[in-house]
Design a protein around this ligand. Structure first.
Ligand SMILES: Cc1ncc(COP(=O)(O)O)c(C=O)c1O
Length: 493
């Protein structure tokens, strides 16, 4: 009998074992009756052994284990290493501490785990039907983060960011959103902890995804299209280009400007920064347990990269294992051809936003003025890359590849028609790269274990699917002149 493909294979596929899967399989807390913190778990059986998979109690900080420390952020005026207190207008103390710490593990607060329990542990699923369609000897596993209330991995950091702000007495938070996923995640998290939330949604996404805006409003947030007339940065961009589709860099400038001008308002970022990647490691830590429970180790770990948080969140705990000699996977970041930050950007100090309000970060960048064409993966339209990912890339611990959006949507249809889940446009990049790898395995006969980050569903991205299905989607590559012009504006440091 064909087993449902959400079953995770044991050593011998014909004896596939019960899955690490969603709420029905919750195991009652040990110690009789009541639910005990951290005891929420799923049973996974690999052949004869059984193991519990539970929500991790700590986040993992890769910086503690790197042989070379990442370059520090610089003050935008003095170009000297940033003093943590310089970040105080934007972030509460505990998030600043997490941004700069070299501690290996950070305890996850009980209140955060309590919210994580709404959807974590997330499922690890073997894509058996996709493997069959491709005729590959490879095994494809995906860690699915679309079961969160907002539909992606973003609440993994939205919840702790909102909680630390609320705990510090902050009343208002502001942010940007590209795909609408991060804005929804922070709106959801803010509603749980009584924070007012204001979001600048990139114009292209605001127009393409009215239901994302409505989700944010349903959770009580106020949403502006970006560029907006509400800020100096937005007004300046609109004066130069009234039809600007916006970009994450512009939306960040607007939110940062508002936070910096008001003591009672803090800024939250959905990617890029160390503390954001730190919170996302809950994905990789959980996945390590899930794979161990079925006796698998990955040969390749694949994720899409916008600012780097879902990729880093899955990959960093596996990279720790590799650095400690316990496994040896390859790591592959996948970015859009229209915004090829790792593959075509320079590694230099640059601003995180378009207006130049943020500290300078050493990262792969296309230049802070680069406005990517409005591809459907709005969350990947960012000119920079997380400094930590950029550093890991420079150290040679990972690879990167860029892929055009029509190949990604073709892969998304293959995935949806075999695995059932309709992916958000961003992880279609990871799916396309996993399919390339699986097809290579078909050629070579290698039985590789491919692990992929499936970081969100695309239920509010169906307009993009409509374009693709009607044959109206086109590939968009950055123009060489546009890239040269924006690279010329990267600060010389
Ligand atoms: C579903 C989804 N995936 C990926 C990304 C890219 O961000 P990151 O590289 O930080 O995971 C986004 C960003 O908005 C997103 O919404």
């Amino acid at each position: 009998m064909e087993l449902p493909n959400y079953y995770v294979a044991a050593g011998r596929p014909e004896q596939s074992a019960p899955l690490l899967r969603a709420p029905k399989q919750r195991v009652a807390a040990a110690g009789g009756g009541g639910r005990r913190r951290g005891s929420l778990s799923f049973t996974a059986k690999a052949s004869s052994s059984a193991a519990k998979v539970s929500i991790p109690k700590q986040w993992y900080n890769l910086a503690a284990d790197l042989p070379v420390k990442p370059p520090p952020p610089l003050h935008p005026q003095t170009h000297q290493p940033l003093n943590p207190s310089d970040l105080a207008p934007l972030f509460p103390d505990e998030l600043i501490r997490q941004e700069v710490t070299e501690e290996r593990y950070i305890d996850i607060p009980e209140e955060v785990i309590d919210v994580y329990e709404l959807w974590r542990p997330t499922p690890l699923i073997r894509a058996r039907r996709l493997e069959k369609l491709l005729g590959t000897p490879a095994k494809i596993y995906y860690k699915y983060e679309g079961t969160s209330p907002a539909g992606s991995h973003k609440p993994n950091t939205a919840v702790p960011q909102a909680w630390y702000n609320a705990a510090a007495g902050v009343k208002n938070v502001v942010t940007e959103t590209g795909a609408g996923q991060w804005g929804s995640a922070l709106s959801f998290a803010s509603s749980l902890f009584g924070l007012n939330c204001e979001v600048w949604q990139v114009r292209a996404s605001y127009d393409q995804k009215p239901y994302r805006r409505l989700m944010m409003e349903t959770w009580g947030a106020k949403v502006h299209p970006s560029p907006s007339t509400a800020t100096e940065a937005g007004r300046r961009i609109l004066a130069a280009d009234p039809a600007s589709p916006g970009s994450l860099g512009i939306a960040i400038s607007e939110a940062v400007e508002v936070a910096a001008a008001d003591q009672g308002t803090k800024y939250c970022l959905g990617s890029v920064l160390n503390h954001v990647l730190l919170h996302q490691t809950v994905i990789g830590e959980e996945c390590l347990q899930q794979l161990a429970a079925i006796g698998e180790t990955p040969d390749v770990v694949i994720g899409c990269t916008g600012g780097g948080s879902n990729f880093g969140g899955l990959a960093f705990p596996f990279l720790r294992e590799k650095l400690q000699g316990r496994m040896s996977p390859e790591f592959r970041a996948v970015e859009p051809a229209a915004c090829p930050t790792l593959t075509k950007g320079v590694y230099a100090y640059d601003f995180g936003d378009t207006a130049g309000l943020t500290p300078l970060m050493k990262m792969h960048t296309l230049g802070h003025g680069f406005v990517p064409d409005p591809i459907h993966a709005g969350g990947l339209r960012y000119h920079g890359m997380a400094p930590l990912i950029s550093h890991v890339y420079e150290l040679g611990f990972m690879h990167a590849v860029s892929i055009q959006q029509t190949e990604c949507f073709q892969a998304a249809l293959q995935f949806a028609r075999t695995e059932g889940i309709i992916p958000a446009p961003e992880p279609t990049h990871a799916i396309a790269a996993a399919i390339r790898e699986a097809i290579d395995c078909k050629r070579t006969g290698e039985e590789k274990v491919i692990l992929m980050a499936m970081c969100g569903h695309g239920h509010f991205d169906l307009a993009s699917y409509e374009k693709y299905l009607r044959g109206d989607m086109v590939d968009l590559s950055h123009s060489a002149e546009k890239l040269q012009a924006s690279l010329a504006a990267v600060p010389k440091i």
